[in-house]
Ligand binder design. Structure first.
Ligand code: G6Q
Length: 546
């Protein structure tokens, strides 16, 4: 296949960029009162306003042509159909089947996977309700009120993000903790807070071979057995995995195992039983609402033409900046404290999916793929990295997310929050000329000399892009929608860049590398040749630890 940067659509965009790069967004807005309406899409109560981007209708036309020419519409259908689009692992990519709320058959190797998915959902419902109602109790008969998810990467980031996002829906008296890092501190700090009699551990691992998760699980198991004895394990440990054999080997009763499948990637797995902590703490009804929200986006993504398709537009705008403006980063800023872990979650989703340099034909790409993503909750980040976003030499396109209604409407807190996010988007778009800065300084009573000195420092180039996602309230449904929008955005970009968004060789390399050094640290095994820096560090650490 021809590399995408050699296609006619790409060349047209490169040509068009030469014109757009000098166009000011503030002029586009001043010239067209209808610009916001023109560049806004809606899905239920979710509004995606992408008018504050360096685009015209012509830009969109060219970008849509790129999506057409790279086969985005067909590839969307191929994913939902269960084609093995994860070609390096020869797997279908069917996280969408997990939230296929109308239960239409989805075939993998000719077999409908929906009955198995529904069976696990039913098992999750039964179990989570039993725990929440105190029918499934701990070994000593006490209600299980401390939920501890042990997992890492895709088996942690989704659940922790969603559980925190839905904190307002937590059952009274229930607490949820996450142990992911192999750093003993992660385990120690959680175990210090909980009581074995009231704790349920969820060992979440797709492969059930990940060293961090298994080491943490063993430590927690020992802690529990020391307190309550071996028979307690059956009442305090459940497993979520695709690997039944390893779960049994670990000593967890298969009855307490909730299965998922190879066609669900780790970072796409919060919709599976990996989301058990969400169901336990917020209730299965909320977990199902999250699936409903994601399903609404799946339907929109599958059935809407490219131009009105929110994930497609998100993806195309990302490509426009990454590949034509040469901007290889973007920030996601939710103005909602409950969404504080959303950027960290998206970091994995986007960077693990599209941080690839070899295309589907095995060739090294000659264009940029996945950008660097960072972010944090607003307004906090306005007091940290926003300086660079406003005046840095590098442009950072931003996604702002804001709910119209807060879960905690206290005084005028939420109005202040909303005023901040809207002001940021406007300021980034408009900027402030030296003349405007001078006028402001004069109004503030500054002297001529002060104005001369300060006006340059207080001016802002503007013309800095942002998208605004406005939702009514961050509930489970909306959360499901937001996550699914980004999932599909990442998918579309992977299609256009012609890479496999669904493998993670870099993560696997990390798993393998540590295993080479471990024996050298724990005993005196030698014989592995390292670079002299690594050898020196190993020796020094050993001395320090003696
Ligand atoms: C996700 C990645 C990775 C994975 C973790 C944990 O897509 O593959 O983040 O989720 O390495 O793996 P296990 O769930 O197998 O323990």
């Amino acid at each position: 296949m021809m590399m995408v940067n050699k296609t006619k659509a790409w060349k047209k965009l490169a040509e068009h960029y030469k014109h757009i790069k000098n166009v000011e967004m503030r002029d586009l807005f001043d010239a067209d009162d209808n610009r916001a309406a023109k560049f806004t899409l809606k899905l239920d109560n979710l509004i995606f306003d992408y008018s504050k981007n360096r685009i015209t209708e012509r830009t969109i036309k060219h970008l849509l042509r790129l999506a057409q020419d790279t086969g985005v519409p067909e590839k969307i259908q191929a994913m939902f159909r269960g084609d093995k689009i994860n070609f390096t692992e020869n797997r279908a990519v069917l996280h969408t089947a997990l939230r296929n709320r109308i239960n239409t058959p989805v075939l993998v190797d000719g077999k409908n996977v929906m009955p198995e998915i529904n069976a696990v959902l039913a098992k999750m419902k039964k179990f989570s309700e039993a725990v929440r109602l105190g029918k499934f109790t701990g070994h000593t008969g006490k209600k299980l009120t401390n939920i501890v998810n042990i997992g890492i990467g895709g088996s942690d980031l989704g659940p922790v993000m969603a559980v925190e996002a839905l904190r307002k829906y937590w059952a009274k008296g229930m607490n949820c903790y996450f142990i992911s890092n192999i750093d003993g501190t992660a385990c120690a700090e959680v175990l210090n807070k909980i009581d074995p009699e009231t704790t349920l551990f969820i060992v979440s691992s797709k492969t059930f071979t990940t060293i961090e998760t298994l080491t943490n699980a063993r430590t927690c198991r020992k802690w529990l057995v020391d307190a309550l004895g071996e028979p307690a394990v059956a009442k305090h440990f459940i497993a979520i995995s695709t690997n039944k054999k390893e779960v049994e080997k670990f000593g967890i009763n298969p009855e307490n195992m909730f299965e998922f499948w190879d066609f669900v990637g780790g970072r796409y797995s919060m919709w599976s039983a990996i989301g058990m902590s969400i169901a336990l703490v917020t209730g299965m009804n909320n977990f199902e609402k999250m699936l409903d929200g994601a399903f609404s986006v799946d339907k929109h993504f599958r059935e809407t033409d490219l131009e009105h398709n929110i994930p497609v537009m998100m993806a195309l705008l990302g490509i426009w900046y990454n590949n034509f403006f040469n901007i290889k980063r973007y920030a996601v800023i939710p103005y909602d404290q409950y969404l504080q872990y959303f950027p960290a979650y998206l970091q994995q989703l986007d960077m693990e999916s599209n941080g690839k340099f070899v295309d589907a034909d095995g060739k090294v790409v000659t264009y940029s793929t996945g950008p660097v993503l960072f972010g944090g909750a607003g307004t906090n980040v306005q007091h940290s990295f926003f300086q660079l976003i406003h005046q840095g030499t590098d442009i950072v396109p931003c996604d702002f997310i804001i709910p119209a209604i807060s879960h905690n409407e206290i005084g005028n807190h939420h109005e202040i929050l909303i005023a901040n996010v809207l002001a940021q988007g406007e300021a980034l778009m408009r900027g402030k000329t030296e003349k405007e800065a001078a006028a402001e300084l004069a109004k503030a009573g500054k002297s001529k000399d002060e104005i001369k000195l300060l006006k340059r420092y207080k001016s802002f180039t503007g013309n800095r892009p942002s998208n605004t996602f406005l939702v009514k309230k961050v509930d489970a449904y909306t959360l499901g929608q937001l996550v699914a929008l980004y999932e599909h955005k990442v998918f579309v970009q992977g299609i256009i860049w012609n890479i496999n968004s669904y493998d993670q060789m870099g993560v696997e390399l990390g798993k393998q590398l540590a295993l080479n050094i471990l024996p050298e640290l724990s005993n005196n095994a030698t014989g592995i040749r390292h670079d002299c820096s690594t050898s020196q560090l190993i020796e020094t650490i050993k001395k320090m630890r003696k």
